[in-house]
Ligand binder design. Structure first.
Ligand code: E4P
Length: 225
């Protein structure tokens, strides 16, 4: 499962990249708005940092297919061919996905709440389909089940599209989908940190260090004992 960070703050992205095995960056209009700067200024800096080979996902704003296509071309021109154009799966979005797929563009179908949206987007040529796990849960449905169903639908119908699960509220949801073998998850910095935050691990390490220092002296390591 690829691990993609769902954020647009460059300093925080740099910090996460320094520690974790991250495969790329996703954004949405709300995430970009938090930076309070021109979107292309923010995105170009992210692209320069992650490099041309890494995945960067950027969403279109238009509600009509024609506008989505124009935005997609600008996004790719500004940010490179390895940029995934995020298209919300509406009727107009499906029209845009079909046209972009015919053009050979990288496409992430987004704002997915139902299995049928994902199936249609995959048939239309999207490379990723992004179900919103937590937002689906908040509607009283089961976001993890929707993501798993979509994964199964793709496999059973021989569709090459991968699930890019999105909108997580905790690390348990991410692990559940990793166990299921979905293609990718996009996660906020808080949830990424939550994947590794375990008091038991810190307690174990504290005990090891204490025992070693009792033997060799305070502050000593295997380097200077
Ligand atoms: C990804 O495509 C979505 O934009 C994102 O994961 C939504 O996350 P949220 O529901 O936490 O805003």
């Amino acid at each position: 499962m690829k691990l993609i960070v769902d954020f647009a703050n460059l300093d925080q992205i740099k910090e996460l990249y320094a520690y974790y095995p991250i495969d790329g960056v996703t954004t949405n209009p709300s995430i970009i708005a938090k930076e309070g700067k021109n979107p292309y200024e923010v995105l170009k800096k992210i692209r320069a940092f992650i490099g041309d080979a890494a995945e960067l996902h950027v969403q279109v704003i238009s509600r009509e297919a024609e506008g989505m296509l124009q935005e997609a071309h600008r996004i790719q021109k500004e940010l490179g061919a390895n940029t995934y154009v995020k298209v919300p799966v509406t009727k107009e979005g499906l029209k845009a996905i079909k046209a972009l797929a015919a053009d050979g563009a990288n496409i992430t179908a987004t704002a997915i709440y139902t299995q049928m949206q994902a199936y249609l987007a995959a048939k239309a040529g999207a490379h990723y389909a992004a179900p919103y796990v937590n937002r689906i849960d908040n509607l009283g449905a089961d976001g993890i089940k929707v993501a798993k169903d979509i994964h199964d639908i793709f496999k059973k119908n021989d569709l090459k599209t991968e699930v890019l699960a999105a909108s997580f509220k905790n690390s348990q949801q991410v692990l559940e989908l990793a166990k299921y073998g979905i293609g990718a998850s996009t996660i906020s910095p808080e949830v990424i940190e939550g994947l590794i935050k375990l008091d038991a691990v810190n307690c174990a390490i504290d005990a090891f260090v204490k025992d070693f220092e009792n033997l060799c002296g305070e502050g000593k390591t295997m380097l200077d004992c």
